[in-house]
Design a protein around this ligand. Structure first.
Ligand code: NAP
Length: 264
């Protein structure tokens, strides 16, 4: 299927590896020019180089997207579209796992900044231009933990639920929905990325098992009996960014190999 987005510009955050890179790869394959952001310049440059194989324009911005300065660096990068993006994929590293008794105000502010307020700032800066131009797609990478919270990921459960509530309202404003601007959340279950290994390290330490043992037993809790691959996540993201997905907005799209046990 031709997704009809060739030549558009996408901002993909947290895109030097993992799920963000999967999204950038799928969009680039569709002919979308991408601005990718991550803090570590070296890994980011390597990712940019691999994306250029698709023949699209790729601009790498080494910045912390959760800071004002990082976002300014994105808006002002040479050769980029300024704030005139057609597609924005919001993403940053998830907060660390732990016990809620150990988290102070600073830990909470960091989580809320990274996983709630940053996506809201990125949405705020770009959606009105999208509405004027009559096309826009925002995809927020959140987590299956929004639907099925995981005890050790309390910072993530809390901050992302705040974003989810915000999106539910913002996506449904007529000013955006009637102008072909959609805002959706894409909820990963367990995907084979560095983040998963970090999370499992926390679980291993808590249970006294090896990381490999924890990973194997985790797989068995997923009906698909495997972890997801970043590229299949990326393809779902690209579909949500397609012309065809213009009637899908305000949704929480779960992609988890059947792990979530509920009907709705
Ligand atoms: P990952 O493999 O660790 O990749 C994270 C990417 O984001 C890297 O490119 C990282 O590069 C970048 N990044 C992190 N913090 C950043 C910041 N402040 N500014 C700019 N870039 C930043 O993680 P992932 O598995 O792809 O996860 C992506 C998101 O999905 C996370 O929020 C995670 O919590 C969530 N999630 C993942 C899973 C899973 O199974 N993988 C499940 C549920 C939810 P730098 O470190 O160099 O900045």
């Amino acid at each position: 299927m031709d997704l009809g987005i060739k030549g558009k510009w996408a901002l993909v955050c947290g895109a030097s590896k993992g799920l963000g890179l999967g999204c950038a790869r799928s969009l680039a394959r569709e002919g979308v020019n991408v601005v990718i952001v991550a803090r570590g310049a070296e890994v980011l440059q390597a990712a940019a180089e691999s994306l250029r194989a698709s023949g699209v324009q790729v601009i790498a911005v080494a910045a912390d997207i959760t800071t004002v300065a990082g976002r300014e660096a994105v808006w002002s990068v040479a050769g980029g579209p300024g704030k005139n993006y057609d597609i924005v994929v919001t993403n940053a590293g998830g907060p660390p796992p732990g016990d809620f008794r150990d988290w102070d105000r600073e830990a909470w502010i960091k989580a809320v900044d990274g996983n709630m307020l940053t996506p809201i700032e990125l949405i705020k800066a770009t959606v009105d231009g999208m509405a004027e131009r009559g096309f826009g797609r925002i995809v927020n990478i959140t987590s299956s933990a929004v639907k099925a919270p995981i005890d050790i990921l309390g910072l993530s459960n809390g901050a992302r639920s705040g974003l989810t509530g915000f999106v539910a309202g913002a996506a449904r404003t007529t000013k955006l929905a009637s102008r072909n601007v959609t805002i959706n959340n894409l909820l990963p279950g367990a995907y084979d990325t560095d983040r998963l290994k970090t999370t499992m390290k926390g679980a291993a330490e808590k249970s006294g098992q090896s990381i490999d043992a924890v990973l194997e037993s985790r797989k068995k809790t997923i009906p698909a009996m495997r972890f997801g691959q970043p590229d299949e996540f990326g393809d779902t993201c690209a579909f949500l960014c397609s012309q065809q997905a213009g009637y899908i907005t305000g949704q929480n799209v779960l992609t988890d190999g059947g792990a979530y046990p509920g009907t709705y």
